[in-house]
Design a protein around this ligand. Structure first.
Ligand code: ADP
Ligand code: MG
Ligand code: MG
Length: 251
């Protein structure tokens, strides 16, 4: 699903290399987690995959189902099935959640050369998904994320993910962390959306999130590279011993 090969990334503004040869391959149906000390490049990896400005790819490749991601505009990446969730979703005053979701769905359909979804079909689809995710229908009528609690924003992000039906979901739950309730919401959402055709990359500084999302594969990132890969037990090792042992072992 997602294939990253020897990815090297510099900051555009500064002469600084952040990613120093990332290799990673996430299969459909699998949940991969990336953990790693602060500053190791986890967020940079998710930003570069999403097509955010400010980074320069100097070597390597990233493909989604064989299509060159790095060659696409951010919206083309989304239309190709890439979804990125960040810790602090933006608020969009004046735009109703339903309108936002419908616009997102239809612009992706358009980009894929598919027909737009009718208002009736869309409403039905969103209501069903909201119900599955235990999301109050009231939230659908409010402006996007405006005045939402942290938990509601998380729920809304999961709803966006459910409605857009991406093939590859990347969640960067950055360092300042989520409270336990928000973490459970994210985990429940990911677990509800796990499916054979969909890959997940869950980036987290903390092991706790992985208590609720059982990853298939865990990677440790340090200094711009993936330095160790293992099963869920690797996350427990980090929880118990921190990163020091692993970093010493690979040094
Ligand atoms: P992580 O998410 O693993 O904590 P980041 O990807 O946020 O790591 O950061 C990796 C490194 O790149 C850090 O040393 C950080 O300071 C640096 N970095 C990332 N973006 C910028 C930027 N725009 N300007 C300066 N330094 C940056
Ligand atoms: Mg950080
Ligand atoms: Mg980060």
């Amino acid at each position: 699903m997602l294939e990253i090969k020897n990815l090297h990334v510099d900051l555009e503004e500064e002469d600084k290399t952040i990613l120093k040869g990332v290799n990673l391959s996430v299969e459909a149906g699998k949940v991969h987690a990336i953990m790693g000390p602060n500053g190791s490049g986890k967020s940079t990896l998710s930003y570069v995959l999403s097509g955010r400005d400010g980074y320069k790819v100097t070597d390597g490749a990233a493909t989604l189902e064989g299509h060159d991601l790095l060659d696409m505009e951010p919206e083309e990446r989304a239309a190709a099935g890439l979804f990125l969730a960040f810790q602090y979703p933006v608020e969009i005053p004046g735009v109703g959640n339903m309108t936002f979701l419908r616009t997102a769905v239809n612009s992706q359909r358009k980009a894929r050369g598919e027909e737009e979804m009718s208002a009736t079909d869309f409403l039905k689809m969103v209501r069903e998904k909201a119900k599955t995710l235990k999301i109050d229908a009231d939230m659908l009528k409010r402006p996007v994320n405006v005045g939402f609690s942290g938990g509601e924003k998380k729920r809304n992000e999961i709803l966006q993910m459910a409605v857009l039906e991406p093939k590859m979901c990347i969640l960067d739950e950055t360092d300042s962390g989520l409270d336990v309730d928000a973490m459970k919401l994210v985990a429940e959402g990911v677990n509800a959306l796990r499916s054979e055709g969909r890959g997940f990359l869950v980036i987290t500084h903390y092991q706790r999130l992985l208590d609720h999302i059982k990853p298939d594969v865990v990677h440790i990132m340090a200094d711009g590279r993936i330095v160790k890969t293992g099963g869920p037990e690797l996350a427990l090792e980090v929880e118990n011993n921190g990163y020091a042992d692993i970093l010493a072992e690979v040094a």
